[in-house]
Each structure stands twice: as C-alpha cells, then as structure tokens.
Ligand binder design. Sequence first.
Ligand code: NI
Length: 222
Amino acid sequence: MRTGAASGFAGPVDGPLRDAVEALLDTAQDGVLPIVQSGHPVLRRPAAPYTGQLGDLLPRLVDVMRATMHAAPGVGLAAPQVGIGLALAVVEDAGHDGDPRERHPLPFRVLVNPAYAPVGDRSAPFFEGCLSVDGWHALVARHHGVRLTGQDDAGAPIEEVLTGWPARIVQHETDHLHGVLYVDRAVLRSLVSNANLAALWGGGLEPGRVAEALGFEVPARA
Ligand code: NI
C-alpha cells in the first residue's frame, strides 16, 4: 500500500542537509554518482533514520541512486555509498532461473529505515561482493530467510518475508546503514578477486569446492 499523500514522513525538512544533497546530485554525470570506496568514514557510521529531511528532493536522490546502481552494475546501493548518511537504500535484481543461490527476481524498490530479522535457522553460505569494496568477493553465511521491515519511499510501512538471494541483498544493504560491510561477516580466507572468481570458480556457485581448494571452512551461520 502507498499513502495518498506526497510524503508520509512526519519530520521537518533539514535545509542545510537538503542543500548539501542537492549540490551533490548536481555533480552527477549522466545521472550517476561515484561510489564511495571502503576506508571512507561515511561507510562506517550508522546512517541517520530518514524522517523527511530531504522533502521533495527524495525522488531525485532515488533516481540517481537507481541509475548509479544500474551503471555499476549492482543489485543494491545504500545512500552512504554515494556519501549520504541517511537510512535509505535501493535494490533491484532481474533474477536468474535455476541459480543455486535462489536468485528470485527482486523488483525495484526503495528501502527506508530497513531492518531484518532471521526467519528459520537455515544458513545460506555464498560468495558476495560490494560496490564499495570494488574488485573482490568473499564467502558470507547469510540468513536464508528474513523478515524485512521498514518503510517505502512514500513513508508507508513494509513488512515482508524474503528468501534466497533477495534476502541476502536486503541483509547486505541494511548492514550498510549500520556501518557494516560484508567483509566484517566474511570468511577472510575466502577472499577472491572478481577475475579469479569467474576464471577459476565459475562465479563461486559451489562454495564447498572453493573452500577445499583454498583451505577454509564453510561456516554454518552468519
Ligand atoms: Ni555493498
């Protein structure tokens, strides 16, 4: 459901923050912003809850975040990754039939103040990367299923159970909003360059094979 109002966010516009974000959006090239790389403090600070600080600028930020995600290309992007410390993220994945990671289609959506809780005790250990840790992948055992809560970009509440790859995407993006990068949860010894992941490991769809060759344990839980 969407609220009929232009914005369901109750808080006031933060003028200086809005102006700063507008100035940042004005620097976008073809609607795309550079992606902040690991080592920048904005990726390590908890994002501020979004309460309406950007007012009517929010749709423009969402458009730029979506274009930036597509250009990367990626399946999720959190606002801190374009230098904005607000609890906003975009996700979208076309999906892939028959993928062992259960890569169900995830239609484009905006996550505002998202949170997740595990559903069941099943673990999904797969390789994962991040646009802010460019060039690398590592094994992360995520919850196979999660209950996602939060709001959409109109301020309407969302509550939904996701499984497989979409569940991983929302865990990854929500973690960003708490200053957590996937490497914090990864088996460090599983670190593989993107080139090696493709050339040696067929994209890493069989983590057990990689684990045996590189000498690490596939963890049971995140
Ligand atoms: Ni990321």
